[in-house]
Design a protein. Structure first.
Length: 63
């Protein structure tokens, strides 16, 4: 996956970096890379999903 964005020559580097960060956040490229860094067994994925769901229910009940 490539990430392309346009900027003008002589444009402020801080502004260019901000545009780059925003594009990275929107593209979810970082999430994909982190997801593929290690193998997670299917049973562990199910367990993690169960824990997340239980936490969400806990939060909803306490609101």
């Amino acid at each position: 996956m490539t990430l392309i964005f346009k900027y003008k020559k002589g444009e402020d580097i801080e502004k260019v970096l901000k545009m780059y960060r925003q594009k990275m956040d929107k593209s979810d490229l970082i999430k994909e890379v982190k997801k593929h860094q290690e193998y997670i067994k299917p049973s562990q994925k199910r367990r993690n999903n169960f824990i997340k769901a239980r936490y969400k229910q806990f939060i909803q009940a306490n609101i």
